[in-house]
Design a protein around this ligand. Structure first.
Ligand code: BV8
Ligand code: ZN
Length: 249
C-alpha cells in the first residue's frame, strides 16, 4: 500500500484525531458484515431481527439470533486492524474512537473509552424495568430468560432500528468530529444514520477525511483519501509510517 508522503506528514503532526469503525474492521476476525454479498442482511431481515417490533412478535427467534452472534464473537479474536487503532490512542494528543460495532473487539484489543453508538451485544437488560443483566447468559439455555425482578423479557443491550442512540455518546461523537484535524472512516458502508453523518460533519468542519474500505461507499468521492484495502493490512502500515516519520524528524 503506497501511503502518500504528504499524508504521513499531516498524520505525524495531527493533534485531534477521530476514528469511526463499522463491521468491516471485524471482517478479518471472521465476523460477518451486514451488507457484503455474504453479509448478515443477505440471509436475515434487519426489521425482523434488529427492531423492537421484531422482538415483540418473535422473541425466541431474535434471542436465538443474538445468542448465535454472541457465540461467534466469543470465539473470535481482535485482528491487526483493532490493535493498530488501540495503538493510535497513544499516538495523538486528542484521540476519539467511535464504533457502530457491538462486538467489543476494540476493547479486547486495548482501546479505552470507546464510544459505542449502537450499544453492545455482551450486556442485556429487562425491557420492562430495565434491570441490567451484565452476567453471561448461557447460550445453551434454550428458553427465553425472564427478569428476576419483574418477570419481563430480557433483551440484548444493542440499539435497534427505530431506537434512539445513547444521547451522551452521540453528542460526544458529533463534538469530536466537529473539532477533529483528521477523521478516519474505516470498514463502514456509511448507510446507517445518524452514524453516517459523522464523516460529513468532520469534512464540513475542515477535517482531512480518510476512508479505508476494500469497496467504494456512498461517501468515497466526498473524501480526501479513500484507500481500497483491508483495514487489517492498511492500519498497521499507517501506524508504522507515522512512528518512522516522527523518529526521522
Ligand atoms: C434512529 C445494532 C432516531 C444492532 C445497528 C436518515 C435517513 C434514512 C434513514 C434513517 C435516517 N435516520 C434514521 C433512519 C433510520 C435508520 C437507518 O439509518 N436506516 C438505514 C438502513 C437507511 N436509523 C435508525 O433506525 C437509528 N435510530 O434513527 O433513531 C429515531 C427514532 C425513532 C424514530 C425516528 C428516528 C438506529 C440505527 C442503529 C441500528 N442498529 N446495530 C445489531 O447489531 O444487531 S445498525 C448495524 O448496521 C451496525 O451497527 C452498523 O451500524 C450497520 C451496518 O453498517 P456497517 O457497520 O457499515 O456494515 P456494512 O455491512 O453495511 O458495511 C461493511 C463495510 O465494510 C462495507 O463497506 C465493506 O466494503 C467493508 N469491509 C468489508 N471487509 C473489510 C471492510 N472494510 C475494511 N476492511 C475489511 N477487511
Ligand atoms: Zn424487569
Amino acid at each position: 500500500m503506497e501511503i502518500p508522503e504528504k499524508l504521513i506528514q499531516i498524520l505525524a503532526s495531527a493533534k485531534r484525531v477521530v476514528v469511526l469503525t463499522g463491521a468491516g474492521i471485524s471482517a478479518e476476525s471472521g465476523i460477518k458484515t451486514f451488507r457484503d454479498p455474504d453479509g448478515l442482511w443477505s440471509k436475515f431481515n434487519p426489521a425482523e431481527l434488529a427492531s423492537m417490533d421484531g422482538f415483540m412478535s418473535n422473541p425466541e427467534l431474535v434471542w436465538d439470533w443474538y445468542q448465535h452472534r454472541r457465540d461467534i464473537i466469543n470465539n473470535s479474536l481482535p485482528n491487526p486492524g483493532h490493535y493498530a487503532i488501540a495503538e493510535m490512542q497513544d499516538l495523538f494528543d486528542n484521540f476519539t474512537l467511535v464504533t457502530q460495532n457491538v462486538d467489543r473487539l476494540h476493547q479486547r484489543a486495548g482501546s479505552k473509552d470507546v464510544l459505542e453508538l449502537h450499544g453492545n451485544i455482551i450486556d442485556n437488560y429487562c425491557i420492562k424495568c430495565r434491570h441490567p443483566y451484565e452476567d453471561f447468559i448461557d447460550s445453551n439455555v434454550k428458553e427465553m430468560p425472564k427478569c428476576r425482578q419483574c418477570g419481563g423479557l430480557i433483551r440484548p443491550a444493542v440499539v435497534w432500528f427505530g431506537e434512539m442512540l445513547p444521547e451522551e455518546v452521540l453528542i460526544n461523537a458529533e463534538r469530536a468530529s466537529k473539532i477533529s484535524d483528521v477523521f478516519f472512516t474505516i470498514g463502514t458502508s456509511a448507510e446507517v444514520y445518524p452514524a453516517a453523518n459523522l464523516p460529513m460533519i468532520a469534512k464540513s468542519s475542515g477535517a482531512l477525511v480518510i476512508e479505508i474500505n476494500p469497496n467504494l461507499t456512498s461517501i468515497s468521492h466526498y473524501l480526501d483519501y479513500s484507500f481500497r484495502i483491508q483495514s487489517g493490512i492498511a492500519l498497521p502500515l499507517i501506524v508504522e509510517a507515522i512512528k518512522t516519520y516522527r523518529n526521522k524528524i
